[in-house]
Design a protein. Structure first.
Length: 152
Protein backbone atom coordinates (compact mmCIF):
# COMPACT_ATOMS: atom_id res chain seq x y z
CA UNK A 1 0.00 0.00 0.00
CA UNK A 2 2.86 2.40 0.72
CA UNK A 3 4.03 2.20 -2.89
CA UNK A 4 0.56 2.22 -4.46
CA UNK A 5 -0.75 5.30 -2.63
CA UNK A 6 2.24 7.31 -1.38
CA UNK A 7 0.29 10.48 -0.50
CA UNK A 8 -2.39 8.53 1.36
CA UNK A 9 0.40 6.67 3.14
CA UNK A 10 1.94 10.00 4.11
CA UNK A 11 -1.24 11.10 5.89
CA UNK A 12 -1.75 7.70 7.52
CA UNK A 13 1.86 7.26 8.70
CA UNK A 14 1.82 10.75 10.19
CA UNK A 15 -0.98 9.75 12.59
CA UNK A 16 1.03 7.37 14.80
CA UNK A 17 4.04 9.70 14.59
CA UNK A 18 1.89 12.56 15.91
CA UNK A 19 0.31 10.32 18.52
CA UNK A 20 3.64 9.08 19.89
CA UNK A 21 5.20 12.54 19.81
CA UNK A 22 2.26 14.12 21.64
CA UNK A 23 2.00 11.35 24.22
CA UNK A 24 5.67 11.44 25.18
CA UNK A 25 5.89 15.24 25.30
CA UNK A 26 2.50 16.14 26.84
CA UNK A 27 0.59 13.36 28.55
CA UNK A 28 0.60 12.56 32.24
CA UNK A 29 1.86 9.00 31.76
CA UNK A 30 5.32 10.35 30.81
CA UNK A 31 5.32 13.35 33.19
CA UNK A 32 8.11 12.18 35.52
CA UNK A 33 10.63 11.24 32.80
CA UNK A 34 9.70 14.40 30.86
CA UNK A 35 10.20 16.60 33.96
CA UNK A 36 13.58 14.95 34.55
CA UNK A 37 14.55 15.55 30.90
CA UNK A 38 13.39 19.17 31.19
CA UNK A 39 15.61 19.67 34.25
CA UNK A 40 18.54 18.04 32.45
CA UNK A 41 17.96 20.25 29.40
CA UNK A 42 18.44 23.29 31.64
CA UNK A 43 21.21 22.08 33.94
CA UNK A 44 23.41 19.60 32.02
CA UNK A 45 27.03 20.66 31.70
CA UNK A 46 27.46 20.22 27.98
CA UNK A 47 25.38 21.84 25.25
CA UNK A 48 25.04 18.47 23.50
CA UNK A 49 23.49 16.93 26.63
CA UNK A 50 21.13 19.90 27.07
CA UNK A 51 19.97 19.56 23.44
CA UNK A 52 19.61 15.78 23.74
CA UNK A 53 17.34 16.01 26.79
CA UNK A 54 15.36 18.87 25.25
CA UNK A 55 14.30 16.51 22.43
CA UNK A 56 12.03 14.67 24.88
CA UNK A 57 10.17 17.82 25.90
CA UNK A 58 9.33 19.27 22.47
CA UNK A 59 6.82 17.48 20.23
CA UNK A 60 8.30 19.03 17.09
CA UNK A 61 11.83 17.92 17.94
CA UNK A 62 10.76 14.49 19.13
CA UNK A 63 8.66 13.93 16.00
CA UNK A 64 11.85 13.96 13.90
CA UNK A 65 13.20 10.97 15.84
CA UNK A 66 9.88 9.13 15.77
CA UNK A 67 9.71 9.76 12.03
CA UNK A 68 13.21 8.39 11.58
CA UNK A 69 12.16 5.21 13.40
CA UNK A 70 9.07 4.90 11.19
CA UNK A 71 11.13 5.40 8.04
CA UNK A 72 13.45 2.58 9.13
CA UNK A 73 10.51 0.29 9.99
CA UNK A 74 8.43 0.99 6.86
CA UNK A 75 11.11 1.94 4.28
CA UNK A 76 8.68 4.61 3.13
CA UNK A 77 9.91 6.99 0.46
CA UNK A 78 8.18 9.88 -1.24
CA UNK A 79 8.65 10.99 -4.86
CA UNK A 80 12.00 9.24 -5.29
CA UNK A 81 13.05 5.64 -4.61
CA UNK A 82 16.57 6.35 -3.37
CA UNK A 83 17.97 8.13 -0.27
CA UNK A 84 16.46 11.40 -1.47
CA UNK A 85 12.99 9.85 -1.20
CA UNK A 86 13.69 9.10 2.47
CA UNK A 87 14.69 12.72 3.06
CA UNK A 88 11.57 14.05 1.32
CA UNK A 89 9.39 11.54 3.15
CA UNK A 90 11.00 12.37 6.48
CA UNK A 91 10.36 16.08 6.28
CA UNK A 92 6.87 15.58 4.84
CA UNK A 93 5.96 13.17 7.64
CA UNK A 94 7.28 15.56 10.29
CA UNK A 95 5.29 18.42 8.78
CA UNK A 96 2.01 16.50 8.53
CA UNK A 97 2.45 14.99 11.99
CA UNK A 98 2.98 18.45 13.45
CA UNK A 99 -0.11 19.77 11.67
CA UNK A 100 -1.99 16.94 13.37
CA UNK A 101 -0.52 17.77 16.79
CA UNK A 102 -1.35 21.45 16.31
CA UNK A 103 -4.96 20.61 15.47
CA UNK A 104 -5.12 18.25 18.44
CA UNK A 105 -3.61 20.88 20.73
CA UNK A 106 -6.18 23.45 19.64
CA UNK A 107 -9.01 20.96 20.14
CA UNK A 108 -7.81 20.15 23.65
CA UNK A 109 -7.46 23.83 24.46
CA UNK A 110 -11.01 24.52 23.25
CA UNK A 111 -12.36 21.59 25.24
CA UNK A 112 -10.55 22.79 28.36
CA UNK A 113 -11.86 26.33 27.80
CA UNK A 114 -15.43 25.01 27.44
CA UNK A 115 -15.07 22.99 30.65
CA UNK A 116 -13.89 26.08 32.52
CA UNK A 117 -16.84 28.07 31.16
CA UNK A 118 -19.28 25.31 32.15
CA UNK A 119 -17.80 25.13 35.65
CA UNK A 120 -18.08 28.92 36.01
CA UNK A 121 -21.71 28.84 34.84
CA UNK A 122 -22.50 26.02 37.28
CA UNK A 123 -20.84 27.98 40.11
CA UNK A 124 -22.97 31.04 39.25
CA UNK A 125 -26.13 28.90 39.30
CA UNK A 126 -25.20 27.42 42.68
CA UNK A 127 -24.51 30.90 44.05
CA UNK A 128 -27.83 32.15 42.72
CA UNK A 129 -29.62 29.20 44.35
CA UNK A 130 -27.92 29.90 47.69
CA UNK A 131 -28.97 33.57 47.52
CA UNK A 132 -32.57 32.71 46.57
CA UNK A 133 -33.12 30.14 49.30
CA UNK A 134 -33.18 32.54 52.33
CA UNK A 135 -35.49 34.95 50.49
CA UNK A 136 -37.84 32.13 49.55
CA UNK A 137 -37.92 30.85 53.12
CA UNK A 138 -38.73 34.34 54.48
CA UNK A 139 -41.41 34.83 51.87
CA UNK A 140 -43.00 31.47 52.66
CA UNK A 141 -42.81 32.13 56.41
CA UNK A 142 -44.47 35.52 55.91
CA UNK A 143 -47.24 33.94 53.87
CA UNK A 144 -48.30 31.75 56.81
CA UNK A 145 -49.11 34.75 59.07
CA UNK A 146 -52.37 35.56 57.40
CA UNK A 147 -53.54 38.83 55.95
CA UNK A 148 -51.95 42.04 57.08
CA UNK A 149 -54.45 44.51 58.64
CA UNK A 150 -53.95 48.15 58.20
CA UNK A 151 -55.02 50.54 60.88
CA UNK A 152 -55.18 54.02 60.28
Amino acid sequence: MLDEHPVLSLFILAIPIACISWTVTHEEVFREPRDWCARQSRTARSAAARKFFYLFTCEYCFSHWVTLAFLVMTRYTLLLDDWRGYVVAGFALVWVANVYTSIFGHLRLNIRHERVEIAADEAKLEEAKREETPRDEARLAGAGRGPVRRTG
